[in-house]
Design a protein around this ligand. Structure first.
Ligand SMILES: [Fe+2]
Length: 323
């Protein structure tokens, strides 16, 4: 009976609440049960929240990995990580199981996932299974907010720049005897040049698209210039206003828009156990801002830090402020 279904689905949509968490990033979504398939209208609410708030948090999702994969598949084809150990029969699923005998590695650094690929993932879905009593939070930083926070002069400076990305954290896994294997992976994942400022394919927002886990250098700059500029740009992710810090509980599910945020897993719970299930959705090749520089006209998400015009900051003027 289609009429009954339609009433039920309207009710299900009406029960969804999207609540922003911080001014620049993050929303908690209530009223979704991922044990059931989402209707197209429910999925649209979740998808739009992801694009707008960049990180979505859903609590109490006691789901199987198959249900997590089904949720991911709504966003696109799932991706298989070339280095992380995955489930033998479901290679799209990575189990991150850290404990005394398997300390966490490679995640306590600001990064977007797999930007060493020509087409890095659209998004990543993590679900908590075992959570340490204290610690083990994941931090996120909005790189669209970070871009907006730069001065116009700096935005002009980095306009059109490209950065080289590499799977460098995994290189030490290959010993001298594994060189043939490493060469094969280098052929499979040739270093991509990604724009330093990426345009989000859905929202059109500009995103500061560099991360210290995978970036090597900026094209056409001297090494010292590139290192200095990258260090400055990396620092933007550490500005607290751009951040969200997720405290996990068992069955908390978080999805982040891997095109527009960086993340960092706080390494403060060893030797306690922390177990997560991860599913990743394939993305497209990053595209930069085309043509000559013009200020960004796309409306920003949420609040924007008000610009204080030159010389209008209240308070006594200091000699060096006059120039
Ligand atoms: Fe990651």
């Amino acid at each position: 009976m289609p009429a009954v279904r339609s009433t039920a689905s309207r009710k299900a949509e009406a029960e969804i609440a999207v609540r922003p968490i911080n001014g620049f990033i993050g929303a908690e979504i209530e009223g979704i049960d991922l044990r059931q398939p989402l209707s197209p209208a429910q999925f649209k609410i979740v998808h739009d929240a992801l694009v707008q708030y960049e990180v979505i948090v859903m609590r109490d999702q006691d789901i199987t990995v198959d249900q997590q994969m089904a949720f991911g598949a709504l966003f696109g084809e799932l991706s298989i990580h070339p280095f992380s150990p995955n489930l033998a029969d479901k290679p799209e699923v990575i189990i991150l199981d850290y404990s005394k005998d398997n300390p966490p590695a490679l995640t306590d650094i600001w990064h977007a996932d797999e930007t060493f690929r020509e087409a890095p993932p659209l998004g990543t879905i993590l679900r908590a299974k075992v959570v340490p009593e204290v610690g083990g939070d994941t931090l996120f930083s909005s790189m669209s907010a970070a871009y907006r926070g730069l001065s116009e002069r700096m935005k002009q400076h980095i306009h059109g720049m490209e950065a080289l990305h590499d799977f460098k954290p995994w290189r030490p896994l290959f010993s001298h005897n594994d060189r043939a294997k490493l060469r094969k992976l280098e052929d499979e994942f040739p270093n991509p040049w990604h724009p330093v400022v990426r345009v989000h394919p859905v929202s059109g927002r500009r995103i500061l698209y560099v991360n210290q886990q995978f970036c090597v250098r900026i094209k056409d700059l001297k090494t010292d210039e590139s290192d200095t500029l990258l260090a400055f740009l990396y620092r933007q992710a550490t500005i607290p206003e751009y951040q969200l810090r997720v405290k996990w509980k068992p069955n908390t599910l978080v999805m982040w828009d891997n095109r527009s945020v960086l993340h960092y897993a706080a390494h403060d719970y060893y030797p306690a156990r922390r177990t997560m299930e991860r599913v990743t959705v394939k993305g497209d090749r990053p595209v930069g801002v085309s043509g000559a520089y013009a200020p960004d006209a796309v409306e920003a998400n949420g609040m924007v830090k008000p610009l204080i015009a030159e010389g209008t900051r209240p308070g006594p003027k200091r000699a060096f402020d006059r120039y």
